[in-house]
Design a protein around this ligand. Structure first.
Ligand code: HAM
Length: 490
């Protein structure tokens, strides 16, 4: 490669990672407007802002969202986090041997290095600086035994030694240095964790929280679907599952969309029952699905066993006719769930919230029960769900907290912005109020003072850093859309 070509290649090397993107002005003005509106509307419903970490133990998400869900089984960004950095060095030294192990000395040297690592790892294990898990204990024990065996081997040929050396290296590599953590794919689990950790049960109930921030899922990127995307979400946690709470949460998100003048908003609701009635319905549905199995595609066929309710989610054209004939959960709810669902609908009507009942709305996360809902908006193509939510009583308990009821939603902010843009609602970046054209040292000093005073009074001011001819300065002022030009000279 020529030097020029190499340079060019270097210049083109860095791009935002697939599925991530930069948000730039003037679009960011719309993002700010949306977030400001969320802050205002949610405050009128008594919600307080919470900020939770971007990463949490993988276990937290696995336990709440469910191991068999797409999100947990294949979409999380997961890595090991550790503090014992000295162990990394010792491990690298132990497993990277360049010399052949044919000679006794080379083997002794290798065993010394591995021994150093194991000793340090054992100390870290005792002190709790690496996870005190049964797996780690077993691995360290195994490594110690292999070292002892190899020490007796030292004068034999490579052929006997090498398999044992490989085993030992494997054991060394298997020592876990830290917790397995994941970038958050959603924030409901984190909010529940925070509710428990900070003893929020002691606060007046229910506790109403909202959040705005990035989430991460390794999905196939397309319009409205990203690997780093943003959610505006809210959660209500407390002792009551009164249907009015469900209705008010939904009313809040609809009020927010209304305030933003989002077009083509469609709210779908459903009840997916509880621990009592859902398993019975799932069994019935499974039996029905087995009867019509041949009419279903391979994905749905697989789901008959793993999660029959997810079959209802299918968008496959060829399956729609068959799915329409299946039993509906709303006809199989237990009495308590049926009463709750009717009351939620009545409460929505009292609030003037229009909805469509959709018995096929099951949602893709395991923690839901009873009320589920989804909101679609105009101009989004196939990824048209702009908000999803539902009730998740029992999730806090599942995470080790007190029995608690919960309901919430998350809006896909990227999709919300897309839909607003499609309907032409893109507030342009506001132009400058004042452009200060100056010439000469003294004029520059005056310009700096004038800019300070004007900015203090709330005006947006552009102060060019270097002297410009007035003609050029005014041209620049025009390009920036400045409403006024202040001309100072000498
Ligand atoms: P979710 O349905 O997984 O629910 O996500 C909520 C919304 O986030 C979706 O409707 C969509 O607008 C947006 N979204 C999801 N994945 C992506 C993506 N890859 N790219 C762009 N937007 C995306 C939850 O996350 C639940 N935590 C909601 C909730 C809160 N339920 C109760 N409380």
């Amino acid at each position: 490669m020529s030097e020029g070509a190499a340079k060019k290649e270097e210049r083109h090397k860095f791009q935002a990672i697939r599925g991530t993107r930069d948000l730039l002005p003037p679009e960011t003005a719309l993002w700010n407007h949306v977030e400001k509106t969320a802050n205002e509307v949610f405050a009128t419903f008594g919600f307080g802002a919470i900020r939770v970490p971007i990463f949490e133990p993988t276990e937290l998400f696995a336990r709440s969202i469910g191991l068999d869900t797409d999100v947990v089984s294949k979409e999380m960004y997961t890595f090991e986090d550790y503090e014992a950095t000295e162990l990394v060095e010792l491990r690298t030294a132990a497993v990277t041997n360049v010399a052949s192990l044919a000679t006794g000395e080379a083997l002794i040297d290798f065993l010394d290095r591995v021994g150093n690592f194991i000793l340090a790892a054992e100390k870290a294990f005792e002190a709790g600086r690496i996870p005190r898990t049964p797996e780690n204990e077993r691995t360290l024990q195994m490594a110690r035994e292999l070292i002892a065996i190899l020490q007796t081997f030292r004068y034999q040929g490579e052929r006997e030694i090498l398999p044992r050396v490989a085993e030992l290296k494997d054991a060394v590599r298997q020592v876990r240095f830290g917790d397995v953590i994941s970038l958050r794919p959603e924030a409901t689990a984190s909010v529940c964790r925070a509710y428990i950790e900070h003893g929020m049960r002691q606060l007046p109930q229910p506790v109403k929280l909202y959040y705005i921030g990035p989430m991460f899922r390794r999905e196939r990127p397309q319009k409205g679907r990203y690997r780093q995307f943003y959610q505006i979400g809210a959660e209500v946690l407390g002792g009551s599952d009164a249907p009015a709470i469900d209705a008010e949460v939904i009313e809040m998100v609809m009020t927010f969309f209304d305030r933003l003048e989002l077009h083509g908003v469609q709210l779908d609701i459903n009840s997916i029952g509880c621990r009592e009635c859902r398993p019975k319905y799932a069994q019935l549905l499974r039996a029905e699905l087995l009867r019509v199995k041949d009419k279903l595609g391979p994905d749905s066929q697989r789901r008959i066993q793993t999660n029959p309710l997810r079959v209802l989610d299918s968008k496959l054209e060829s399956e729609q006719g068959t799915i329409a004939t299946l039993p509906r959960i709303t006809d199989h709810l237990c009495e308590a769930c049926a009463t709750h669902y009717s009351a939620v609908k009545r409460q929505l009507e009292m609030r003037g919230v229009f909805f469509r009942e959709n018995w096929r709305l099951v949602r893709g996360l395991d923690y839901y029960m009873r009320t589920t809902f989804e909101i679609t908006a105009q101009g989004l193509g196939s990824q048209n769900a702009v908000c999803g939510g539902g009730r998740y009583d029992g999730l806090v308990e599942l995470l080790g907290g007190p029995p608690t009821k919960g309901i919430g939603f998350a809006i896909g902010e990227d999709r919300l912005i897309l839909s607003l843009q499609e309907s032409g609602k893109a507030p342009a970046q506001p132009g400058r109020d004042v452009y200060i054209a100056w010439m000469g040292e003294r004029a520059h000093a005056t310009a700096i003072r004038a800019a300070k005073d004007l900015r203090k009074a709330g005006f947006s001011v552009e102060l060019p850093p270097v002297e410009q001819k007035f003609g050029k300065a005014l041209g620049q002022a025009d390009k920036l859309g400045a409403k006024h030009a202040l001309i100072l000279w000498r």
